[in-house]
Design a protein around this ligand. Structure first.
Ligand SMILES: [Zn+2]
Length: 486
């Protein structure tokens, strides 16, 4: 018998897509729905140099609109082919129902929905062709012999991300959990990393299936040592609702949600750690390759959860549009949600093009600190969030021009438990020196005391640490100086 025929007979149920069929269907869908789709090659695979395709579904797909962006990724792990099937199921359902279903139409019009149905086409081909239906990794030539060795090659792509790469995976190339020679050593992980950094996803789901049969689970970030992540109440609430919206294969209950560990160099944790994206893993079904006839039913039930997930964008949360107060130009600034701030993680930034910062929250009252070098820090206090995103225009004010002349009038000497203001000139009768905290609240003021003395002293012993501002009002002129207190 011809070798190819044997392999085909050993391969997967024909219900499962091959990579070639994925490429053809992506192409054909983009021709049928050109107004709401865009296909992008986000990279090329490590071994075969195959294009890694992403599809964006949105109105005006070729424009980078300032809308919430969501990402769905399938097949990090080659054998977990349901991720590709589910991606296509969602894509086709969204496209077919556009203009027919009002909710789906609204989502496509107001969101950027990104799909990478197969992140690992090289490995996927090993599975769909039947060469090894339990293959997990990509096809990295670990021993550089120019051949593909089933017993030695490949990198576990979901252990190749930089966040906690050192503590995750396995160092042995022959291991199925081999993490690669370095973080982001693989083209596939680089491709989805670069897409994520560019699109700044608000939320994401990575589709997997558990070979152990321990599936039907939604994992969220994270538990690390004894601690949950700082956004625990919010990331968990989304995971709980997502999981409970999906009926299990047995029909006896729903998916469960549980924290994932932070220490394995995977995509979910990297996305959350690096960008603050609420990133989830769904372990679809109870195994990797259920019989073909079950696939539609599995996808249909998970789709119910996906619709909840997409819709969650319109629930409780905050949208801050951060601009320069003078020019109204959008600013990429750091935003801290007070009480939910982890200084060990990279700053959570507003978008560099639109200045927009989005975050999913729960109903409640929140304060936000906006930080940008060259600008006065700003705290927006006690914002009440109810059942929809609260949108605020945030104007931040540059300090550079106004602070230059302060020093020529007043010299600041930092002492233990006090600050000394050395007055270098005589001030007009109405001159006033104010100390403001970073929310703009008046902490201390001097006016007539400024006349006829060389210095005044501010006792800071009982003052909370943080950033303060000294503001000198002299006639028509205002001079400002930032004062850090530690
Ligand atoms: Zn997996």
């Amino acid at each position: 018998m011809h070798l190819l025929l044997i392999l085909t007979l050993l391969g997967l149920d024909p219900r499962y897509h091959t990579y070639e069929r994925v490429v053809a269907e992506v192409e054909s869908l983009s021709l049928i729905y050109p107004e709401i789709t865009k296909v992008e090659t986000i990279g090329f695979t490590t071994w075969n140099n195959f294009p890694i395709l992403a599809m964006k579904i949105s109105d005006y797909p070729n424009v980078r609109e300032d809308e919430p962006s969501l990402l769905f990724v399938g097949v990090h792990h080659a054998e977990e082919v349901l991720g590709c099937e589910l991606s296509f199921f969602i894509i086709e359902r969204l496209l077919q129902d556009y203009g027919k279903d009002s909710l789906i139409t609204h989502c496509i019009n107001t969101l950027n929905l990104w799909f990478v149905p197969i992140l690992n086409p090289d490995g996927h081909g090993i599975v769909t062709s039947g060469i090894d239906t339990t293959w997990r990794k990509n096809l990295r030539d670990n021993n550089n012999n120019g051949l593909f060795d089933l017993d030695y090659d490949g990198v576990d792509l979901n252990r190749n991300y930089s966040f906690n790469w050192y503590t995750g995976g396995n160092d042995d190339p022959s291991s199925e959990y081999y993490k690669g020679s370095a973080p982001f050593s693989e083209n596939e992980t680089q491709a989805v990393r670069d897409l994520s950094l560019r699109e700044h996803f608000l939320m994401a789901i990575d589709f997997h299936s558990a070979r152990t049969g321990q599936g039907e689970v939604v994992y969220y970030p994270w538990r690390w040592g004894g601690d949950f992540c700082v956004d625990y109440p919010f990331v968990r609430s989304v995971a709980d609702s997502l999981a409970s919206s999906i009926i299990n294969d047995a029909g006896s209950g729903v998916y469960t949600s549980i924290y994932g560990v932070a220490t394995e160099g995977n995509f979910r944790n990297w996305l959350y750690a690096t960008l603050g994206t609420y990133a989830y893993t769904i372990e679809i079904s109870k195994g990797c390759t259920p019989p073909g006839y079950m696939v539609d039913s599995i996808c249909e039930r998970v789709f119910n959860g996906i619709i909840y997930f997409i819709n969650r964008v319109y629930g409780p949360g905050v949208v801050l549009q951060i601009v320069d107060s003078a020019s109204l130009i959008p600013i990429a600034a750091e935003v801290r949600v007070l009480g939910h701030y982890d200084p060990s993680l990279p700053p959570r930034m507003s978008d560099s093009l639109s200045g927009t910062f989005r975050k999913i929250l729960l109903p409640g009252t929140y304060s936000f600190e906006i930080i940008k070098e060259g600008y006065e820090p700003l705290v927006i206090s006690d914002i009440t969030i109810e059942n929809a995103p609260e949108t605020l225009l945030v104007k931040i004010t540059g300090v550079s021009e106004r602070s230059t002349d302060f020093g020529s009038r007043i010299k600041i000497n930092y002492r233990v438990n006090s600050i000394e203001f050395e007055l270098r000139e005589n001030f007009s009768k109405g001159a006033r020196l104010d100390i403001l905290d970073c929310s703009g609240r008046l902490v201390k003021t001097w006016s007539k005391e400024l006349n006829g003395v060389e210095k005044i002293v501010w006792n800071t012993e009982l003052q909370a640490s943080g950033i303060y501002f000294a503001v000198l009002n002299d006639g028509d002129e205002i001079f400002l100086q930032k004062i850090p207190l530690f």
